[in-house]
Design a protein around this ligand. Structure first.
Ligand SMILES: C[S@@+](CC[C@H](N)C(=O)[O-])C[C@H]1O[C@@H](n2cnc3c(N)ncnc32)[C@H](O)[C@@H]1O
Length: 371
């Protein structure tokens, strides 16, 4: 079945990395949720699959691929193997863990009194879509360059549109309908969710953000995962200088910074990233990272390194954790720097306290089990 004309992309393709995060996230579901049942919640899983199916359908070649991508286990397995081979081992587990961390920090910040959330480089992530309904008095702003928010908005609209053509029994529509049915009740976006287009490498994004209702007098939780590495040091400096004046006291910033000591960049991955203009521009050693944040106006008070995530999951021995090449991003939560704050050392910062329940996998009953 050919993609319908209104779904065909006419502008820039979506970010390759946003798409790979979305797929990796779904890979978690396939590979790890029997062992870590709380790692990805049911609503997040369904939205992620639905949005992936919608995005893939946007490509002229996408329809059949979309079906296999969310229905066929072997495709999920292949996707995951691809990213583990060309991205990093435990790629999808890392993505699910960091999402747990962002959500944990977001909910803690809301308990601390923040009234706005600004999620930067949102890609195809569904956290704001899920969380804005759970916190109706908090305003959620999600920013990205390009058309990611339009895809998400269209996916939601499509879901609501007569529950996806009830009379149409084409295999793709039927599969989408089944996937989307449990989401119908949560698919009306609240007025507290705002998708805003903005390029963080340019100076004008704060104007667009303010025009969409962002209030600099309200304390804000800002989160950016998998984002800062696409800016050069100069662009990052400009970004911080534009961000700080927007932040009321008691705002908090969660930022992922690429770890320059853990680089693992196969040529194929680099070539794919160049296709969507996603060239790495900045990275830091763990020793440099707190100083970088401090220099730009923030006092980090907590950290979670990619390697520590594997340790928290407690399914590799400490020796194996040390020996495993990990995805190269470390995360820090900061407050706005005050005049008498002192620069902390990375290893003096407390490690985030994330608990992930683990269940022993049930013994396989069949000699021919492929799970
Ligand atoms: C690796 S994806 C991460 C997406 C999302 N944070 C997640 O975890 O699923 C990187 C995202 O950063 C966005 N991005 C890269 N450079 C950007 C820029 N200059 N301005 C705004 N967004 C940017 C990309 O469009 C993409 O959606």
């Amino acid at each position: 079945m050919a993609a319908t004309p209104e779904h065909v992309i006419t502008q820039d393709p979506p970010s390759f990395t946003a798409l790979s995060v979305l797929k990796g996230f779904i890979g978690t579901n396939f590979h790890y949720t029997s062992e870590f049942p709380d790692l990805v919640d049911e609503e997040t899983k369904r939205w992620s699959k639905f949005i992936l199916a919608h995005v893939l359908r946007s490509y002229p070649w996408g329809t059949s691929y979309a079906i296999t991508s969310f229905q066929d286990a072997s495709s999920a397995w292949l996707n995951n193997k691809f990213y583990e081979m060309f991205g990093a081992p435990f790629y999808s587990l890392h993505l699910a863990m960091r999402k747990q961390y962002v959500r944990h920090a977001l909910n803690r910040a809301i308990e601390d009194g923040v009234e706005q959330v600004l999620y930067v480089g949102g890609g195809f992530d569904v956290m704001c879509l899920v969380e804005h309904r759970r916190h109706p008095t908090v305003e959620f702003f999600e920013m990205d360059r390009g058309l990611h928010w339009q895809f998400k908005r269209r996916a939601v609209a499509e879901l609501r549109q007569a529950a996806l053509e009830p009379e149409n029994n084409a295999i793709m529509i039927r599969a989408l309908r089944e996937l989307a049915a449990p989401l119908y009740d949560v698919s009306e976006p609240g007025t507290n969710l705002h998708y805003v287009e903005g390029n963080m490498a340019l100076p004008d994004w704060p104007d667009t953000l303010m025009a969409s209702g962002f209030d600099p007098n309200k304390p804000t939780f800002i989160a950016a995962e998998g984002f800062t590495m696409y800016l050069t040091p100069e662009q990052l400096t400009l970004w911080y200088s534009k961000l700080l004046p927007l932040l009321a006291p008691d705002s908090q910033l969660l930022l992922g910074l690429m770890d320059s000591t853990q680089q693992r960049r196969p040529t194929l991955m680099k070539a794919l990233l160049r296709q969507t203009n996603e060239v790495y521009g900045s990275s830091f050693t763990p020793e440099q990272a707190p100083g970088h944040l401090f220099e730009h106006g923030f006092s980090p008070f907590e950290r979670l390194h990619a390697r520590q995530m594997l340790g928290i999951l407690n399914f590799l021995s400490p020796e194996e954790v040390q020996a495993t090449p990990v995805m190269s991003e470390n995360y820090y939560v900061s407050r706005i720097r005050k005049p008498d704050d002192v620069l902390p050392e990375d290893d003096a910062l407390p490690i985030a306290n994330i608990q992930i329940r683990r269940e022993e996998p049930a013994p396989s009953s069949s000699f021919f089990s492929f799970s």
